[in-house]
Design a protein around this ligand. Sequence first.
Ligand code: NAD
Length: 506
Amino acid sequence: MLDKNIRKLNKYIKPITKSGIKNFINGREVQAVSRATFENHSPVDGSFIAKVSSSDHRDIDKAAMSSAEAFKAWRNIDHKERKAILNSIADNILKYSEEIALLESFDTGQALRFTKKAAVRGAANFRYFAEKAIDAANGLSTPDTHHVNYTMKQAIGPVGVITPWNTPFMLSTWKIAPALAAGCTVVHKPAEFSPVTAQLLVKIAYEAGLPKGVWNTVHGLGESAGKSLTEHEEIKAVAFVGETTTGMHIMRQGAATLKRVHFELGGKNPVIVFDDADLDRALDAVVFMIYSLNGERCTSSSRLLLHQKVYNKFMKRLEERVKALKIGHPLDSNTEIGPLIHKTHQDKVMSYVDIAKEDGAKILVGGSIPKGKLSNGCYVNPILVDGVDKNMRVGQEEIFGPFLSVIKFKTEEEALEIANSVNYGLTAYIWTNNVGRAQRLARDVDAGMVWINSENVRHLPTPFGGVKYSGIGRDGGEYSFDFYMETKNISVAYGTHTIPKLGKLS
Ligand code: NAD
C-alpha cells in the first residue's frame, strides 16, 4: 500500500517540483516581483518539493488591489450565483481529494488516515457556507413609534487570511468559504512550511468558475508577505490562525489601518478525568486528542488532569496505548504518527523532554528520535510525562507535538484551579458522570469551547474560538458573518414625528 501511495504521490508532485509554487493573482500564476524564492522540503525524508515564491509588499499590493477591484462585482453578485460557485468549488475539492490527501501528507508529515478527511471537511465547509450565502445579508427590524429601523449586513471588503502549517488545507477552507459567502474577496497568505495544497486549492476554486481577483494567494515569509498584508490599506480585516505571539505582532501591525482582527491562537487544553467517568471512553479520547495529527493541533488536550483514585489504573493503560502507537511514513495507511512539520519544530518538541526532566517530571514513554529508516525525517517517539506540577513549563507552555503532561488532582476545586492556571483558554474536555459537576466545571473553566464526555467533535454551526491568550472572536455558522460583515442600520420615518425647528422666526 505504501509503495502504491508513493507512486501516486510522485505523479502529483513531479509537475509541482518542475514548475515551482508561484503566487496566484488576478486569476493567474505569477512569480514574485523580486523573483525571489525559498525552498520547500518534505519533513518525511527532507526531499526537495519545490521552489516557492518569496513575496514582499509589492506582491501583496498587486493582490490587494486585484481583490479591491473584484470586490465591486463580487459583493453584489446574485446570491444564487454565489451559492452555485461555492457549491461547485466543493464538488471540485472532492474531485481532487486523493491528490489533496497525498500532497498534504507529504508536505506536512500528517498521516494519510487524517489527511484523507481534509478534502471531505474542506468541501463540507464550502457546501455549508454556500447554503448560508443566501441569508448572509439578513438583518433585524426594530420599529420605534415614528420610525421603522432595519438592519442589513454587508461584506466588509477585501480581507486577509493568514494560515498556519497544521491542517493547512482544512483551515484555509474554514476561513475562506465564509468570507466568500459573505461577499468579501480574499488575499490568502499560507504558511511557508506548507504551501503545496494552498496552491492546489486556489486553482481548484478558479477551475470551478470563481471570477478573477476574488481570491488571490500570495506565498512568502511571515515577516515580509504576512506583515505587508496586515498593513495594507485596502485590506479591511485579517483572519489569522497561528501562534499567540504572532497574533500580538499582527495587532500592532494592523493598528495604523484600524484592522478588524479575528485570532485563533495557541492552547494548553486540559482534559479532566474524574474517578466516576467511563474510563474506557475517556482513555480513547485522551489518546486521540493528543496523539492524532502528531499533536500538532490547537485543540489538542495536552494536559491530562487525572483524579488520584483512578490514577495508577488509568496510567497503566495509557502507558500501554502510547507505547503501541504506530510511527511511520505518513503515506502508510497503518501509520498513526508521522514526522513533525520541520526540523526546527522537532528540535523544539525534543527540547521539552530535557525541560521536563530538569523540572522534576518523569518521562514514562518516548522522548527520543527514532533510529533507522525514519532518522532522515523529523520524527519523534510520542511522549508521555508523569508527575507534572501545574507550574512546570511542560504544564504551562504550548509544545504542539505528541507530548502529554499528566497532573494528579484530588478535588473538583483543585482540578478547576489547575485547569485555569495557564495563559491559554481554547478548549476543555471534562469526563465525569456527575451531571452537576460537569455543568459547574463547564461554566467555570476558562475556555471558549467545552466538551463533556467527548473528544473534539466539530459541528459547523457552533462557535469556534478561545479566551485569554487563545484568541479573539468566534467563527462558525452565523458567527463567521459577524466577522466578515458590517451591520448597517437604516431608519425610515413614518412622517409623523416633530422635527426641531431652528432659525425659524416666531
Ligand atoms: P505562526 O504564528 O508561526 O505562523 C502562522 C502564519 O502567520 C504563517 O502563515 C506565518 O507566515 C504568518 N506570520 C508569521 N509572522 C507574521 C507577521 N509578523 N505578520 C503576519 N503574518 C505572520 O504559527 P505556526 O507555527 O504556523 O502554527 C502553529 C500555531 O498555530 C500554534 O500556536 C497553534 O496553536 C496555532 N493554531 C491555532 C488554532 C486555533 O484555532 N486556535 C488552529 C490551528 C493552529
